[in-house]
Write a protein that binds this ligand. Structure first.
Ligand SMILES: NC(=O)c1ccc[n+]([C@@H]2O[C@H](COP(=O)([O-])OP(=O)(O)OC[C@H]3O[C@@H](n4cnc5c(N)ncnc54)[C@H](O)[C@@H]3O)[C@@H](O)[C@H]2O)c1
Length: 368
């Protein structure tokens, strides 16, 4: 299945392929969109043997000159220092402006390698091969790339504070790669799918509720259409508002809370888990503001429980620190917190200058 993301008002486009056993197609597509022969394959170290190695063999036998660069996929490693290591490796391997970066991994690797591709020699071609559900339905599409950066006066990293918009020429989603994904990482991807359903597709929420017990990363039959449905939601929004001046903001639903809690090591949260909690907190903030339908939060909590996603944090971080992290978030304007509030399935509203009491109500809903 192929979905083309065409960016409004530009001649730029990104081809997204979703299916099984797509690696052979990868060679044909790379030959079409990479001018030179030199490629840097930036791959998650955890999947170097299972996915990176076979890809290198395939690309080398097709005539590409490849260097394999491995990345430990952790948030602590998604930094400017790691991006600088990538630039050095690119230079050592003789990459130039006709070369391309092939990112193979989850959102950490596609964000980081995408950022390196966006900035190396002012931008070279990027090909993304997401290997997590979250990477497929969200991180690898839409052109956002970036790294975390230390927050002032704090030991925490601010999420994705330094970055660039840089769309991959091709995104290749081979659902077979999901067969090796740990269940926890698969569940994290489902959190972003719940987000998509709340933003734009209430029937997807019904579908998730009725398929929660049967969704299986090892069974590709339902997955291709499920992923495609999510990709269409995201590309539909991005095509109309690439640089996030209006509609694309909605895709950050749950993320203002998520970004403030996910870099706190004591909570031990993955990004998708923080998003699940962030969605519940956003509902509670909306209830406090008398905007959100009171049925929505119990419904989402039930679905998250069914899917094995967390509905509470392990401990309660100090509210003042959460509020200050939110004020450093990219969506913040002039120091006031902007919250995206789910009103009901399919309806989301932007609340500029949300009061601290709404944040407190949101956090109270997810404390132990
Ligand atoms: N750019 C965007 O628009 C955007 C959107 C959403 C999220 N993100 C970013 O994405 C990141 C989260 O992405 P993620 O959830 O994919 O996390 P991730 O990249 O950390 O991957 C999750 C885990 O799965 C492992 N893994 C990856 N593919 C595998 C496979 N096929 N088999 C076995 N193990 C595999 C990884 O080593 C890691 O341990 C965050 O940094 C977040 O900020 C970016």
């Amino acid at each position: 299945m192929r979905i083309d993301l065409r960016l409004a008002g530009t001649d730029r486009a990104c081809a997204i392929l979703i299916g099984s056993n797509l690696l052979d197609e990868c060679v044909t597509l790379l030959k079409q969109c990479v001018k030179g022969r030199r490629l840097a394959v930036v791959c998650d170290a955890a999947i170097a043997e299972s996915h990176g190695g076979p890809l290198i063999i395939l690309l080398t036998s097709a005539g590409f000159d490849c260097v394999l660069i491995l990345i430990q996929a952790t948030e602590a490693n998604k930094t400017l220092e790691t991006a600088a290591r990538l630039y050095s490796e690119f230079l050592k391997s003789g990459l130039d402006r006709t070369s391309a970066v092939v990112a193979v991994g989850g959102g950490i690797v596609t964000d980081l390698a995408g950022f390196a591709a966006a900035t190396f020699m002012r931008g070279i071609t990027l090909i993304s091969i997401p290997t997590t559900l979250l990477g497929m339905v969200d991180a690898a599409i839409g052109g956002k790339t970036g790294v975390n950066f230390p927050l002032p006066h704090s030991d925490s990293l601010g999420k994705n504070l330094v970055g660039a918009f840089h769309h991959p020429a091709v995104v290749l989603m081979d659902v077979n790669t999901l067969a090796t994904l740990p269940p926890r990482a698969f569940r994290c991807g489902l959190a972003e799918c719940i987000k998509h359903a709340i933003i734009a597709d209430p029937e997807l929420l019904d579908w998730l509720e009725s398929h929660a017990d049967s969704l299986d990363p090892g069974d590709s039959s339902d997955l291709v259409e499920f992923i495609a449905r999510n990709v269409r939601i995201k590309t539909g929004v991005v095509a109309r508002d690439e640089k996030e001046s209006s509609q694309r903001l909605l895709l950050n639903l749950g993320h203002t809370f998520a970004h403030a809690i996910e870099t706190r090591e004591e909570l031990g949260l993955e990004h998708g888990e923080a998003v699940a909690l962030g969605l519940l907190a956003a509902c509670a903030a909306g209830e406090h503001l008398k905007l959100t339908n009171l049925d929505l939060r119990p419904r989402l909590r039930g679905l998250m429980g069914q899917l094995g996603l967390p509905v509470r944090m392990k401990s309660a971080p100090p509210l003042s620190e959460i509020i200050s992290a939110m004020k450093s978030d990219k969506k913040t304007r002039a120091g006031s917190i902007r919250l995206l509030i789910p009103i009901d399935a399919g309806v989301v509203e932007i609340v500029d200058s949300a009061p601290d009491s709404a944040v407190e109500a949101g956090m109270n809903a997810i404390v132990p």
